[in-house]
Design a protein around this ligand. Structure first.
Ligand SMILES: Nc1ncnc2c1ncn2[C@@H]1O[C@H](COP(=O)(O)OP(=O)(O)OP(=O)(O)O)[C@@H](O)[C@H]1O
Ligand SMILES: [Mg+2]
Length: 497
């Protein structure tokens, strides 16, 4: 059991710190109990400071409650259907109030953003029920319209001394022999995040029943000895959770690590199901990185790194005993590291791949050639209009805008030639594609021979194995033959990917 669950505060007195805030909240509960309606309560504070715990303690004072995580139920409709109804109708069997908890309201994101906030605004306005909401970011845009309608209570980071005291108590209860200096250091490093303090303590001391200062080094946030390739290799090559977790602690942009992983998964993993699963993990990680960015709540990075580290690592059935040359994204180096640039790169590649019938990576590898072609105004215009580039996309390949004069001239010419020529055919572009095609084909042939050999190898191994089986089980000969055939078909289908 997670210690954060085991030691989750059950009453206001168990909540550490935020004494003044606790008093206000208790008064709020009392007033509701005395049938004096109160404003919606909005608890705002950093991760792991007890907001959700407080909401649950409040709930224990009401006969019924309904809880929703705002970031899961995004759309206006869903929020209105699930919360809206219970917000306006009284509980069926009693006159008692029903508490509504909306957790992480600043986590509502994406297109439904406004719908979600509007729904919350409406619920606050029409609800006759007590309502508690929690959020991390006081300055979140999503809260601008909500804040004035609520009683806002700022929950502060838990003080280091208080964390220190709780950690000591838990060590005692769990029979952990702990160096007081180490506890103090752990309390300090958790930076007011009680959840992280408890999690770290459990990771270190649950089995070993001891905590020393040196233990903290193994879980320290940054470890500069790891480089990206070591981490990627470890994730792909190993299934040891501890090692993977450690290798994910590196002084690099984690989204960059994700890119490298994504690029190298199919180089290492061979089975389609493994590749599929690994990519699903990558997309989960990407989702959490997005969440971290949009909510500016970087605790989501932890989940993201778990998905891309442990998730990808455990997507394979067994580790492969082969040497794989990992690649560092060439396109990535070209495009720089910022996400905006990457998004632009992907958008352009997508357009090119549709129009030119090449893969996205081939499209990206053509960028340098495009840069050269874009130096010429007329050519730039033609390519851009053929590929349907917008201004930003054009700017990727040339600094200056295409002069209006040139655009006019080209448009006129286009009209004139419309009858004869349908689309732009740029020979150098075609040559470029042909060249790419050739190199792709050659490498494909190489790959095919490689996998052909691999196939043969595997078949050989298998047949040796099944021959032995046959020898051992003479009576079951026919049965074995059947099995062999089945297995062989299964083996083949793996390579059809
Ligand atoms: N003030 C506190 N006193 C005692 N324990 C706490 C406190 N804050 C957090 N914890 C511990 O951390 C765990 C997680 O806390 P909780 O879920 O309430 O945090 P939160 O503020 O809602 O965080 P988030 O913003 O990430 O949702 C609790 O189960 C509890 O073990
Ligand atoms: Mg919470």
């Amino acid at each position: 059991m997670r210690w954060t669950d085991k030691y989750r505060p059950k009453a206001f007195k168990d909540i550490i710190g935020n004494g003044k805030q606790k008093k206000e909240i208790e008064a709020w509960v009392e007033n509701w109990k005395n049938d004096i309606p109160q404003e919606c309560l909005l608890l705002i504070g950093p991760a792991g400071t007890g907001k959700t715990s407080i909401a649950h303690i409040i709930a224990s004072n009401f006969s019924e409650f309904i809880e929703l995580n705002a970031s899961d139920k995004r759309s206006y409709d869903i929020i209105m259907n699930t919360v809206g109804e219970s917000a306006t109708t009284q509980s069926l069997f009693s006159n008692e109030r029903k508490l509504i908890i909306l957790d992480e309201v600043d986590g509502i994101h994406g297109n439904d953003d406004r719908g979600g906030t509007r729904a919350i605004g409406k619920i606050i306005k029409t609800s006759h029920h007590p309502m508690v909401m929690t959020a991390n970011d006081f300055y979140s845009k999503r809260l601008t319209s909500i804040k004035p309608k609520c009683k806002v209570i700022k929950i502060n980071k838990v003080h280091t001394n208080s964390i220190n005291a709780l950690l000591k108590k838990i060590c005692k209860e769990e029979g952990v022999i702990a160096d007081p200096v180490a506890i103090k250091e752990l309390a300090k490093r958790s930076n007011g995040d009680m959840r992280s303090a408890l999690n770290t303590l459990q990771v270190i001391a649950d089995d070993s029943k001891k905590l020393e200062l040196s233990d903290l080094d193994t879980v320290s946030q940054k470890d500069n000895t790891n480089n990206i390739f070591d981490s990627v290799r470890r994730v792909l090559k190993s299934k040891s959770i501890d090692k993977i977790k450690k290798s994910m602690m590196l002084d690099e942009d984690p989204t960059l690590v994700m890119e490298y992983l994504a690029e190298n998964i199919p180089r290492e993993y061979e089975k389609p199901e493994e590749i599929k699963k690994a990519y699903e993990m990558i997309s989960e990680a990407d989702l959490y990185f997005g969440r971290a960015r949009s909510s500016r709540n970087y605790t989501y990075w932890r989940y993201a790194t778990d998905f891309m580290g442990i998730g990808v690592a455990l997507s394979k059935e067994e580790t492969y005993k082969k040497f794989t040359r990992l690649t560092g994204s060439m396109a990535f180096a070209l495009m720089g590291r910022t996400r905006g640039k990457r998004a632009l790169r992907d958008r352009i590649a997508e357009k090119m791949s549709k129009k030119l019938h090449v893969s996205n990576s081939v499209a990206i590898s053509m960028f340098p050639e495009l840069e050269i072609m874009f130096e010429n105004d007329e050519l730039a215009y033609e390519i851009a209009s053929y590929l349907d580039f917008d201004d930003d996309e054009i700017k990727r390949f040339r600094n200056r805008k295409i002069p209006k004069k040139v655009i006019k001239k080209m448009e006129k010419r286009k009209l004139e030639e419309k009858a004869k020529t349908k689309v732009f055919k740029e020979s150098s572009l075609n040559v470029a594609i042909e060249n790419k095609d050739k190199t792709e084909k050659t490498s494909q042939i190489e790959k095919n021979t490689e996998s052909e050999n691999l196939k043969k190898d595997k078949k050989k191994k298998y047949s040796v194995k099944s021959e032995n089986e046959n020898k051992n089980n003479n009576q079951k000969n026919t049965e074995n033959k059947d099995k062999k055939e089945k297995k062989e078909t299964a083996q083949k289908s793996l390579f059809n990917f």
